[in-house]
Design a protein around this ligand. Structure first.
Ligand SMILES: *Cc1c(COP(=O)(O)O)cnc(C)c1O
Length: 382
Protein backbone atom coordinates (compact mmCIF):
# COMPACT_ATOMS: atom_id res chain seq x y z
CA UNK A 1 0.00 0.00 0.00
CA UNK A 2 1.39 3.39 -0.93
CA UNK A 3 1.96 6.18 1.57
CA UNK A 4 -0.70 8.89 1.20
CA UNK A 5 0.92 11.66 3.21
CA UNK A 6 3.65 12.63 0.67
CA UNK A 7 1.03 13.40 -1.99
CA UNK A 8 -1.04 15.41 0.50
CA UNK A 9 2.09 17.35 1.42
CA UNK A 10 2.90 17.94 -2.26
CA UNK A 11 -0.56 19.48 -2.69
CA UNK A 12 -0.02 21.74 0.33
CA UNK A 13 3.31 22.91 -1.07
CA UNK A 14 1.81 23.61 -4.50
CA UNK A 15 -1.01 25.72 -3.07
CA UNK A 16 -3.50 23.12 -4.26
CA UNK A 17 -4.78 21.88 -0.92
CA UNK A 18 -8.54 22.21 -0.55
CA UNK A 19 -10.52 22.22 2.65
CA UNK A 20 -14.16 22.45 3.68
CA UNK A 21 -15.71 25.62 4.94
CA UNK A 22 -18.53 24.67 7.28
CA UNK A 23 -21.58 26.88 6.87
CA UNK A 24 -23.62 27.49 9.98
CA UNK A 25 -26.40 29.25 8.07
CA UNK A 26 -28.50 28.58 4.97
CA UNK A 27 -27.09 29.46 1.55
CA UNK A 28 -27.52 33.17 0.82
CA UNK A 29 -25.81 36.52 0.18
CA UNK A 30 -24.60 36.42 3.77
CA UNK A 31 -23.40 33.18 5.31
CA UNK A 32 -22.02 32.30 8.72
CA UNK A 33 -18.70 30.46 8.66
CA UNK A 34 -17.05 29.56 11.96
CA UNK A 35 -19.17 32.11 13.76
CA UNK A 36 -18.30 34.93 11.34
CA UNK A 37 -20.83 36.48 8.98
CA UNK A 38 -19.37 36.80 5.49
CA UNK A 39 -20.72 38.40 2.36
CA UNK A 40 -20.87 35.47 -0.04
CA UNK A 41 -19.90 35.67 -3.73
CA UNK A 42 -19.20 31.97 -4.20
CA UNK A 43 -22.45 30.14 -4.80
CA UNK A 44 -24.33 29.04 -7.92
CA UNK A 45 -27.64 30.03 -6.34
CA UNK A 46 -28.15 32.53 -9.16
CA UNK A 47 -31.85 33.21 -8.61
CA UNK A 48 -31.57 33.22 -4.82
CA UNK A 49 -33.94 30.27 -4.46
CA UNK A 50 -31.84 27.81 -2.43
CA UNK A 51 -33.25 29.12 0.85
CA UNK A 52 -36.53 30.56 -0.48
CA UNK A 53 -39.25 29.84 2.12
CA UNK A 54 -41.74 28.84 -0.59
CA UNK A 55 -39.35 26.22 -1.97
CA UNK A 56 -38.49 24.98 1.54
CA UNK A 57 -42.26 24.90 2.26
CA UNK A 58 -42.88 22.72 -0.79
CA UNK A 59 -40.12 20.39 0.41
CA UNK A 60 -41.76 20.18 3.85
CA UNK A 61 -45.20 19.49 2.40
CA UNK A 62 -43.64 16.99 0.02
CA UNK A 63 -42.08 15.17 2.95
CA UNK A 64 -45.45 15.07 4.70
CA UNK A 65 -47.05 13.53 1.63
CA UNK A 66 -44.26 11.21 0.46
CA UNK A 67 -41.94 10.68 3.42
CA UNK A 68 -38.24 11.02 2.79
CA UNK A 69 -36.49 8.37 0.70
CA UNK A 70 -37.63 7.16 -2.73
CA UNK A 71 -36.60 3.70 -1.57
CA UNK A 72 -35.49 2.31 -4.94
CA UNK A 73 -34.19 3.16 -8.40
CA UNK A 74 -36.63 4.75 -10.87
CA UNK A 75 -37.29 1.51 -12.75
CA UNK A 76 -37.90 -0.49 -9.59
CA UNK A 77 -40.32 1.33 -7.26
CA UNK A 78 -38.61 4.71 -6.82
CA UNK A 79 -40.52 6.65 -9.51
CA UNK A 80 -43.42 8.57 -7.93
CA UNK A 81 -46.11 10.88 -9.24
CA UNK A 82 -43.99 13.79 -8.04
CA UNK A 83 -41.10 12.72 -10.28
CA UNK A 84 -43.44 12.29 -13.24
CA UNK A 85 -45.01 15.73 -12.65
CA UNK A 86 -41.57 17.36 -12.53
CA UNK A 87 -40.42 15.61 -15.71
CA UNK A 88 -43.51 16.90 -17.51
CA UNK A 89 -42.96 20.42 -16.17
CA UNK A 90 -39.29 20.37 -17.27
CA UNK A 91 -40.24 19.18 -20.76
CA UNK A 92 -42.74 22.06 -21.02
CA UNK A 93 -40.26 24.57 -19.57
CA UNK A 94 -37.60 23.61 -22.10
CA UNK A 95 -39.99 23.10 -25.03
CA UNK A 96 -38.94 19.50 -25.58
CA UNK A 97 -40.76 16.23 -26.09
CA UNK A 98 -39.63 14.65 -22.89
CA UNK A 99 -37.34 15.13 -19.87
CA UNK A 100 -35.71 12.55 -17.63
CA UNK A 101 -34.63 13.20 -14.04
CA UNK A 102 -31.21 12.32 -12.64
CA UNK A 103 -29.86 12.58 -9.10
CA UNK A 104 -27.08 14.89 -10.26
CA UNK A 105 -25.71 16.62 -13.32
CA UNK A 106 -22.58 14.53 -13.05
CA UNK A 107 -24.63 11.36 -13.45
CA UNK A 108 -26.74 12.85 -16.24
CA UNK A 109 -23.63 13.67 -18.29
CA UNK A 110 -22.22 10.18 -17.76
CA UNK A 111 -25.57 8.75 -18.86
CA UNK A 112 -25.77 10.61 -22.17
CA UNK A 113 -22.20 10.06 -23.28
CA UNK A 114 -22.03 6.38 -22.35
CA UNK A 115 -25.48 5.54 -23.74
CA UNK A 116 -24.93 7.21 -27.11
CA UNK A 117 -21.23 6.56 -27.76
CA UNK A 118 -18.79 3.72 -27.35
CA UNK A 119 -15.72 2.16 -28.93
CA UNK A 120 -15.30 3.30 -32.53
CA UNK A 121 -17.27 6.53 -31.97
CA UNK A 122 -15.97 10.09 -31.52
CA UNK A 123 -16.71 12.68 -28.87
CA UNK A 124 -15.75 16.28 -29.61
CA UNK A 125 -15.52 18.52 -26.55
CA UNK A 126 -14.46 22.10 -25.83
CA UNK A 127 -11.23 22.28 -23.83
CA UNK A 128 -13.02 24.09 -21.03
CA UNK A 129 -15.97 21.70 -20.79
CA UNK A 130 -17.00 20.60 -17.32
CA UNK A 131 -15.17 17.68 -15.67
CA UNK A 132 -18.32 15.53 -15.75
CA UNK A 133 -18.39 15.68 -19.57
CA UNK A 134 -14.73 14.68 -19.73
CA UNK A 135 -15.34 11.80 -17.32
CA UNK A 136 -18.39 10.65 -19.29
CA UNK A 137 -16.32 10.74 -22.46
CA UNK A 138 -13.57 8.64 -20.89
CA UNK A 139 -16.05 6.15 -19.47
CA UNK A 140 -17.77 5.76 -22.84
CA UNK A 141 -14.67 4.29 -24.49
CA UNK A 142 -15.21 6.54 -27.53
CA UNK A 143 -12.31 8.53 -28.99
CA UNK A 144 -12.10 11.92 -27.25
CA UNK A 145 -11.05 14.99 -29.25
CA UNK A 146 -10.91 18.43 -27.65
CA UNK A 147 -11.08 21.74 -29.50
CA UNK A 148 -9.66 25.12 -28.50
CA UNK A 149 -12.07 27.01 -26.32
CA UNK A 150 -14.96 28.49 -28.33
CA UNK A 151 -13.23 27.81 -31.65
CA UNK A 152 -15.86 26.45 -34.07
CA UNK A 153 -13.34 26.23 -36.93
CA UNK A 154 -11.22 23.84 -34.87
CA UNK A 155 -14.34 21.93 -33.79
CA UNK A 156 -15.32 21.62 -37.45
CA UNK A 157 -11.94 20.12 -38.36
CA UNK A 158 -12.21 17.57 -35.57
CA UNK A 159 -15.75 16.66 -36.64
CA UNK A 160 -14.62 16.20 -40.23
CA UNK A 161 -12.00 13.68 -39.08
CA UNK A 162 -14.38 11.90 -36.71
CA UNK A 163 -15.27 8.24 -37.13
CA UNK A 164 -18.40 6.34 -36.12
CA UNK A 165 -21.20 8.01 -34.18
CA UNK A 166 -20.30 11.68 -33.56
CA UNK A 167 -21.30 13.80 -30.61
CA UNK A 168 -20.19 17.36 -29.84
CA UNK A 169 -20.79 18.51 -26.26
CA UNK A 170 -20.30 21.96 -24.73
CA UNK A 171 -21.22 23.94 -21.66
CA UNK A 172 -23.88 26.52 -22.67
CA UNK A 173 -22.26 28.93 -20.20
CA UNK A 174 -18.71 27.98 -19.20
CA UNK A 175 -18.70 27.33 -15.50
CA UNK A 176 -15.41 29.00 -14.55
CA UNK A 177 -15.31 31.76 -17.20
CA UNK A 178 -18.93 32.79 -17.61
CA UNK A 179 -18.75 33.13 -21.39
CA UNK A 180 -21.24 31.52 -23.77
CA UNK A 181 -20.61 28.76 -26.29
CA UNK A 182 -21.31 29.93 -29.88
CA UNK A 183 -24.27 27.57 -30.17
CA UNK A 184 -25.70 28.71 -33.54
CA UNK A 185 -22.36 28.04 -35.25
CA UNK A 186 -21.87 24.73 -33.47
CA UNK A 187 -25.44 23.72 -34.38
CA UNK A 188 -24.69 24.41 -38.05
CA UNK A 189 -21.51 22.33 -37.90
CA UNK A 190 -23.30 19.44 -36.24
CA UNK A 191 -26.15 19.51 -38.75
CA UNK A 192 -23.64 19.43 -41.62
CA UNK A 193 -21.52 16.73 -39.99
CA UNK A 194 -24.48 14.63 -38.86
CA UNK A 195 -23.34 14.82 -35.26
CA UNK A 196 -25.36 14.99 -32.07
CA UNK A 197 -25.10 18.36 -30.33
CA UNK A 198 -25.32 18.28 -26.55
CA UNK A 199 -25.52 21.39 -24.39
CA UNK A 200 -24.80 21.24 -20.66
CA UNK A 201 -26.72 24.29 -19.45
CA UNK A 202 -25.92 24.04 -15.74
CA UNK A 203 -25.17 27.78 -15.57
CA UNK A 204 -27.60 29.07 -18.19
CA UNK A 205 -30.89 27.49 -17.17
CA UNK A 206 -33.04 29.91 -15.18
CA UNK A 207 -30.56 32.74 -15.77
CA UNK A 208 -30.54 33.42 -19.52
CA UNK A 209 -33.53 34.16 -21.75
CA UNK A 210 -36.60 36.28 -20.92
CA UNK A 211 -38.38 33.29 -19.44
CA UNK A 212 -35.30 31.70 -17.90
CA UNK A 213 -35.16 29.02 -20.58
CA UNK A 214 -31.37 29.29 -20.58
CA UNK A 215 -28.77 29.32 -23.35
CA UNK A 216 -31.12 27.80 -25.91
CA UNK A 217 -33.77 30.47 -25.31
CA UNK A 218 -31.03 33.10 -25.46
CA UNK A 219 -29.93 31.89 -28.91
CA UNK A 220 -33.42 30.95 -30.11
CA UNK A 221 -32.52 27.30 -30.68
CA UNK A 222 -34.86 24.34 -30.26
CA UNK A 223 -34.75 20.58 -30.15
CA UNK A 224 -34.27 20.57 -33.94
CA UNK A 225 -30.92 22.33 -33.65
CA UNK A 226 -29.72 21.07 -30.28
CA UNK A 227 -30.77 17.47 -29.87
CA UNK A 228 -29.63 16.99 -26.26
CA UNK A 229 -30.09 19.42 -23.39
CA UNK A 230 -28.77 18.71 -19.91
CA UNK A 231 -29.87 21.05 -17.13
CA UNK A 232 -29.10 21.00 -13.43
CA UNK A 233 -31.48 21.78 -10.59
CA UNK A 234 -28.91 22.60 -7.90
CA UNK A 235 -27.82 25.94 -9.34
CA UNK A 236 -30.34 28.60 -10.42
CA UNK A 237 -33.27 26.42 -9.37
CA UNK A 238 -31.88 26.14 -5.86
CA UNK A 239 -32.67 22.47 -5.18
CA UNK A 240 -30.66 19.42 -6.36
CA UNK A 241 -30.51 16.95 -9.21
CA UNK A 242 -30.58 17.30 -12.99
CA UNK A 243 -32.41 16.33 -16.15
CA UNK A 244 -31.83 15.49 -19.78
CA UNK A 245 -34.41 16.74 -22.28
CA UNK A 246 -34.91 15.87 -25.93
CA UNK A 247 -36.81 13.53 -28.17
CA UNK A 248 -38.93 10.66 -26.94
CA UNK A 249 -36.43 8.18 -28.46
CA UNK A 250 -33.44 9.87 -26.83
CA UNK A 251 -35.04 9.75 -23.39
CA UNK A 252 -36.22 6.17 -23.85
CA UNK A 253 -32.68 5.15 -24.88
CA UNK A 254 -31.33 6.64 -21.64
CA UNK A 255 -34.01 4.87 -19.60
CA UNK A 256 -33.14 1.53 -21.16
CA UNK A 257 -29.36 1.81 -21.31
CA UNK A 258 -27.78 4.46 -19.12
CA UNK A 259 -26.09 2.77 -16.18
CA UNK A 260 -25.93 5.98 -14.13
CA UNK A 261 -29.73 6.09 -14.44
CA UNK A 262 -30.47 2.43 -13.87
CA UNK A 263 -28.21 1.70 -10.94
CA UNK A 264 -28.86 4.53 -8.55
CA UNK A 265 -31.67 5.37 -6.14
CA UNK A 266 -34.20 7.97 -7.27
CA UNK A 267 -33.94 11.36 -5.55
CA UNK A 268 -36.50 11.96 -2.78
CA UNK A 269 -39.98 12.75 -4.17
CA UNK A 270 -40.24 15.76 -1.83
CA UNK A 271 -37.27 17.23 -3.67
CA UNK A 272 -39.23 16.94 -6.91
CA UNK A 273 -42.08 18.85 -5.25
CA UNK A 274 -39.64 21.56 -4.16
CA UNK A 275 -38.22 21.83 -7.68
CA UNK A 276 -41.72 22.13 -9.16
CA UNK A 277 -42.21 25.16 -6.91
CA UNK A 278 -38.86 26.73 -7.76
CA UNK A 279 -39.47 26.20 -11.47
CA UNK A 280 -42.73 28.15 -11.14
CA UNK A 281 -40.96 30.96 -9.29
CA UNK A 282 -38.15 31.04 -11.87
CA UNK A 283 -40.74 31.51 -14.61
CA UNK A 284 -43.07 33.90 -12.82
CA UNK A 285 -40.50 36.26 -11.31
CA UNK A 286 -38.49 37.66 -14.22
CA UNK A 287 -37.40 40.51 -11.92
CA UNK A 288 -34.81 38.09 -10.55
CA UNK A 289 -33.06 37.87 -13.92
CA UNK A 290 -33.33 41.64 -14.47
CA UNK A 291 -31.92 42.41 -11.03
CA UNK A 292 -29.09 39.96 -11.57
CA UNK A 293 -28.20 41.63 -14.87
CA UNK A 294 -28.17 45.04 -13.19
CA UNK A 295 -25.84 43.75 -10.45
CA UNK A 296 -23.46 42.31 -13.04
CA UNK A 297 -23.43 45.61 -14.96
CA UNK A 298 -22.77 47.54 -11.73
CA UNK A 299 -19.90 45.21 -10.87
CA UNK A 300 -18.32 45.38 -14.32
CA UNK A 301 -18.47 49.17 -14.47
CA UNK A 302 -16.93 49.42 -11.00
CA UNK A 303 -14.24 46.82 -11.67
CA UNK A 304 -13.30 48.49 -14.92
CA UNK A 305 -12.89 51.81 -13.13
CA UNK A 306 -10.52 50.04 -10.72
CA UNK A 307 -8.52 48.63 -13.62
CA UNK A 308 -9.24 45.03 -12.67
CA UNK A 309 -8.69 42.44 -15.44
CA UNK A 310 -12.26 41.45 -16.34
CA UNK A 311 -13.22 38.40 -18.37
CA UNK A 312 -15.45 38.53 -21.43
CA UNK A 313 -18.58 37.51 -19.53
CA UNK A 314 -22.07 38.96 -19.38
CA UNK A 315 -23.33 36.28 -16.99
CA UNK A 316 -23.35 36.21 -13.16
CA UNK A 317 -19.99 34.36 -13.33
CA UNK A 318 -17.29 37.06 -13.20
CA UNK A 319 -13.79 35.64 -12.84
CA UNK A 320 -10.80 37.76 -11.89
CA UNK A 321 -7.70 35.85 -13.00
CA UNK A 322 -4.81 35.76 -10.52
CA UNK A 323 -2.57 33.32 -12.42
CA UNK A 324 -0.59 31.49 -9.75
CA UNK A 325 -2.25 29.40 -7.06
CA UNK A 326 -0.60 31.26 -4.17
CA UNK A 327 -1.73 34.59 -5.57
CA UNK A 328 -5.34 33.45 -5.86
CA UNK A 329 -5.14 32.17 -2.28
CA UNK A 330 -3.69 35.46 -1.06
CA UNK A 331 -6.44 37.44 -2.81
CA UNK A 332 -9.11 35.27 -1.30
CA UNK A 333 -7.59 35.65 2.18
CA UNK A 334 -7.37 39.41 1.66
CA UNK A 335 -11.11 39.56 0.89
CA UNK A 336 -11.99 37.23 3.74
CA UNK A 337 -10.18 39.49 6.20
CA UNK A 338 -12.68 42.15 5.14
CA UNK A 339 -15.66 39.89 5.61
CA UNK A 340 -16.05 38.81 1.98
CA UNK A 341 -16.10 35.20 0.84
CA UNK A 342 -14.77 34.47 -2.65
CA UNK A 343 -13.35 30.96 -2.86
CA UNK A 344 -10.16 30.70 -4.97
CA UNK A 345 -10.48 28.34 -7.93
CA UNK A 346 -7.32 26.41 -8.81
CA UNK A 347 -6.25 23.57 -11.14
CA UNK A 348 -7.49 21.05 -12.06
CA UNK A 349 -10.82 22.92 -11.98
CA UNK A 350 -9.19 25.54 -14.24
CA UNK A 351 -6.09 25.23 -16.47
CA UNK A 352 -2.62 25.55 -14.91
CA UNK A 353 -1.59 29.21 -14.48
CA UNK A 354 -5.14 30.56 -14.51
CA UNK A 355 -6.07 30.29 -10.82
CA UNK A 356 -8.72 32.87 -10.10
CA UNK A 357 -11.33 34.44 -7.94
CA UNK A 358 -14.60 33.19 -9.37
CA UNK A 359 -17.04 35.87 -8.31
CA UNK A 360 -20.71 35.01 -8.71
CA UNK A 361 -23.80 37.12 -8.18
CA UNK A 362 -27.29 36.05 -7.20
CA UNK A 363 -30.68 37.74 -7.31
CA UNK A 364 -30.53 37.84 -3.51
CA UNK A 365 -27.59 40.26 -3.58
CA UNK A 366 -28.24 43.97 -3.28
CA UNK A 367 -26.42 46.90 -4.85
CA UNK A 368 -24.65 47.79 -1.62
CA UNK A 369 -23.23 44.26 -1.51
CA UNK A 370 -21.63 44.83 -4.90
CA UNK A 371 -20.24 48.16 -3.71
CA UNK A 372 -18.69 46.52 -0.66
CA UNK A 373 -17.08 43.89 -2.86
CA UNK A 374 -15.63 46.58 -5.14
CA UNK A 375 -14.22 48.47 -2.17
CA UNK A 376 -12.48 45.35 -0.96
CA UNK A 377 -11.17 44.53 -4.44
CA UNK A 378 -9.65 47.99 -4.70
CA UNK A 379 -7.13 47.08 -2.00
CA UNK A 380 -6.12 43.78 -3.59
CA UNK A 381 -2.36 43.22 -3.36
CA UNK A 382 -1.37 43.26 -7.05
C1 LIG B 1 -22.30 21.73 -11.64
C2 LIG B 1 -22.12 21.25 -13.02
C3 LIG B 1 -22.42 19.94 -13.38
C4 LIG B 1 -22.76 18.88 -12.36
O1 LIG B 1 -24.03 19.06 -11.86
P1 LIG B 1 -24.36 18.49 -10.39
O2 LIG B 1 -25.83 18.43 -10.36
O3 LIG B 1 -23.77 19.48 -9.43
O4 LIG B 1 -23.71 17.14 -10.31
C5 LIG B 1 -22.34 19.59 -14.71
N1 LIG B 1 -21.96 20.48 -15.64
C6 LIG B 1 -21.64 21.75 -15.32
C7 LIG B 1 -21.24 22.68 -16.40
C8 LIG B 1 -21.70 22.17 -14.00
O5 LIG B 1 -21.36 23.41 -13.68
Amino acid sequence: MRQLEPELERRRQAGLYRSHRVLESPQGPEVVVEGRTLLNFSSNDYLGLAADPRVAGALREGAQRWGCGAGAAHLVTGHTGAHRELERALARFTGRERALLFSSGYLANLAVLTALCGRGDTLVLDRLDHASLIDGARLSGARLRRFHHNDPAHAGRLLAEAKGEKLLAVDGVFSMDGDLAPLPELARLCAEGEAWLMVDDAHGLGVLGEGGGGSLEHWGLGQGEVSILMGTLGKALGTAGAFVAGSEELVETLVQQARSYLFTTAAPPALAEATLRSLEIAREEPWRRRHLKALVARFRAGAEALGLPLADSATPIQPVIAGGNERALAWSRHLEAQGILVVPIRPPTVPEGTARLRITFTAAHEEHHVDRLLEALEGLPR
